[in-house]
Design a protein around this ligand. Sequence first.
Ligand SMILES: C[S@@+](CC[C@H](N)C(=O)[O-])C[C@H]1O[C@@H](n2cnc3c(N)ncnc32)[C@H](O)[C@@H]1O
Length: 269
Amino acid sequence: MTGFSADWLTLREPHDLRARNPEVLDAVAASLGPLSSVRLVDLACGTGSTLRALSPLLPARQNWKLIDNDLGLLARAKATELAKHATVTAVLLDLNRDLEAALDGPVDLVATSALLDLVSETWLDRLAVEIAARSIPLYAALSYDGRIALTPSDPLDAAIAAAVNAHQRTDKGFGPALGPTAAAFAIARFEALGYSVAHGASDWTLGPDDADIQAELLAGWASAARDIGTLSLAETTAWLSRRRHAVAGGVSSLIVGHVDFLAIPSATR
Ligand SMILES: C[S@@+](CC[C@H](N)C(=O)[O-])C[C@H]1O[C@@H](n2cnc3c(N)ncnc32)[C@H](O)[C@@H]1O
C-alpha cells in the first residue's frame, strides 16, 4: 500500500476517527453551529474521511467541495452516503499549483486531514496567508508530529524513528516537507496572522487487535529507513522481522503522535 492508496486510506480511517481530538471537534461544531447552512472545502480529501467524520456534527444543510488530484479517490469520496440536505462537489485540482482556486467562492470552513505534514514551509505559509486573506477558519486534523512509541521496545527503535522522521521531511510534491514540525509551524503562523487556535493531540493508539494497520505501518517505516540509509539493510530487515513477530504474537502496541487544530479569525469569535 502506498501513502495515498485507497486501501491505505480505508485501513487508517477508523483509527483516524478514533484519534480525532474531541475538544477540537467540539470547537469546530460550535463554531459552525449557529449557521443555518454551511459551505466547506476539504483540501486533499482522499476517499472522504474528513467529510464522514465532520458531517454528522454540523448543521444539516451542508455544501462540501472536495479537492484532490487523484480522480479515483475523489470518486470514492463523492460516493459517500450523507444525510438528506448535504451536497458534495468533487473537484480535481493540484493543490500545489492551484491552491487559490480551491479556496475561491464563499466558504465557512476549510478542512483537511493528514495533509499538512506533507507540505513545505513555503506552501503552508501560502495556505495561511490565503485563508487569512479570506478570514476563513481552518480545521486541520491528524498532522503527524514525530512521536513514535513502540512496545515491546527494541534497540533499533530510536534509529528507525529518526530515519522515519528524516523521510517525512523529503519532498512529497509540495517542496521539502515540514513533516513532524508542520502542525507547530501552522499554529504559530495562524496565531501571527491574528487567529485563535485550539489544538490537541490526536494520537493513534494501536494495540494487539490492530494487527493489520500495525503491519502496514511497520513495513512502511522499514521502507522509509531503507530509503534514508542510516541503518544497514540487514539491521532494518532484522528490526522489521522482530517487530512482525511481536505483532503476530499479539504483544505489539504502537503510539503514533498527531496534532489537530482549529484556527479561527479572532474577529469572528
Ligand atoms: C495522506 S492522504 C490524506 C487523505 C485524506 N485527507 C484522509 O485523511 O484520509 C493525502 C492526500 O493528499 C492528496 N494529494 C497529494 N498531493 C496533492 C496535490 N498536489 N493536490 C491535491 N491533492 C493532493 C492525495 O491524493 C491524498 O488523497
